[in-house]
Design a protein around this ligand. Structure first.
Ligand code: NDP
Ligand code: X2W
Length: 344
């Protein structure tokens, strides 16, 4: 059994990790931390876990965490910078759900996250945990940076085209809608029911911190070419889900894009390329680790539209984190992740 610790058990990604891991056949949950809820039974805070775990929250302690085989950080930015090295040195592998190790350039990270990078020395060994791109490096990694939710949905949609050199680093557009849970459990006023239901708004139009992460991933797929991307996130009145509508223009294309996407993801357990012309709904992935894609190409105008949906808390965070763990420990990649999406 893989001994697992979780730092930050009271947020949405923490409780989603628990929901997945209590049914994982190869995992023994050892530690779950919360400084504010120290001593409280986990199932007192989250009744959905009654009957599934006897764990209590405890304060983070590097020695106890280091005794685990792997430690997930489901914490705000900066926490893994401060704690990861000690946990790694104590012998555990680390899977970080925050943005602390996602951007390879520490100066760029500081520009977007507006705080000093607290662990520059660890950056060279951090592996960006998008299995559809980095599966081989993930197998041997000690430190995984789990991609952000928007970056997961956008990269999976554009990457097959960039890898084949079909998109010049022209102006790409990602028009993305997120559920409110993406803002975390420490909700600000803007995410209260009265504020966010029956309404929708764009935000961070001047520049969202996921922009450099998306550009980095797309540029790598394009063999290092710089990417021009317009990325506009929106808050929508849903609990879970991200819907990304991706736009590009490829005039006079003589390639069967549907076949290209189907071939690129044929062996991927968590990417579903739907029949041409489909309109995937976020509901079709709610609670599951799947990304569903649909390709729409208008030959007469050269307009390409790709639709990409994920559950922000599963493929966009905790499910993808567990997928990484499965790869790192040589387990079945879909162990603990076989949930079918909830309908309706
Ligand atoms: N929500 C989403 O859809 C997605 C979220 N993420 C990322 O996952 C991470 C967690 O987000 P979310 O689940 O919303 O969590 P929250 O921000 O709601 O919760 C944070 C958790 O971290 C703990 N924590 C906070 N500060 C510290 C600290 N200094 N040391 C140790 N523990 C600390 C808190 O417990 P306590 O303070 O009691 O110790 C709490 O359990 C974030 O980095 C977020 O950006 C990534 C992708 C998607
Ligand atoms: C709806 C909403 O507020 N979404 C969050 C993104 C989700 C997230 O937490 O991303 P990180 O893991 O990179 O922090 C936001 O826009 O900041």
């Amino acid at each position: 059994m893989i001994k697992v610790g979780i730092v930050g058990g009271t947020g949405y990604t923490g409780v989603e990790l628990l929901r997945i891991l209590v049914n994982h056949p190869d995992v023994s949950l050892e530690v779950i931390t919360s400084r504010s809820e120290d001593g409280l039974r986990v199932d007192e805070m989250f009744p959905n876990l009654r009957g599934h775990t006897d764990l209590k929250f405890s304060v983070p302690d590097a020695k106890t965490l280091g005794d685990c085989d792997v430690v997930f950080f489901a914490t705000p930015h900066g926490v893994a910078h401060a704690l990861a090295e000690e946990v790694l040195n104590a012998g555990a592998r680390v899977i970080d759900l925050s943005a602390d190790f996602r951007i390879a350039d520490a100066d760029e990270w500081e520009k977007w996250y507006k705080q000093p990078h607290g662990a520059r020395e660890l950056l060279p060994e951090a592996v960006y945990g998008l299995p559809e791109v980095n599966r081989e490096q993930i197998k041997t990694a000690r430190l995984i940076a789990v991609p952000g939710c928007y970056p997961t949905s956008v990269q999976l949609g554009f990457i097959p085209l960039l890898e084949k050199g079909l998109l010049e680093p022209q102006m790409l557009i990602a028009d993305c809608k997120s559920a409110v849970s993406g803002a975390g459990r420490g909700a600000s006023v803007g995410t209260l029911l009265c504020e966010s239901s029956e309404s929708m708004n764009a935000y961070a139009v001047a520049g969202h911190r996921h922009l450099p992460e998306i550009r980095q991933g797309l540029s790598r797929a394009a063999g290092g070419k710089a990417i021009e991307l317009t990325f506009v996130p929106h808050l929508t009145p849903m609990i879970r889900g991200i819907h990304s509508t991706l736009y590009a223009r490829i005039p006079n294309l003589d390639v069967d894009l549907q076949a290209l996407f189907e071939a690129r993801y044929a062996d991927e357990p968590f990417v579903d390329v739907m029949p041409a012309g489909s309109h995937p709904a976020t509901r079709s992935v709610k609670g599951s680790n799947t990304c569903r894609l649909a390709i729409h190409y208008h030959k007469d105008t050269g307009q390409l539209i790709i639709l990409s949906v994920i559950d922000n808390l599963v493929k966009g965070a905790s499910g993808q984190a567990v997928q990484n763990m499965n790869i790192m420990f040589g387990l079945d990649e879909d162990a603990g992740l076989r949930q079918v999406a909830l309908m309706p």
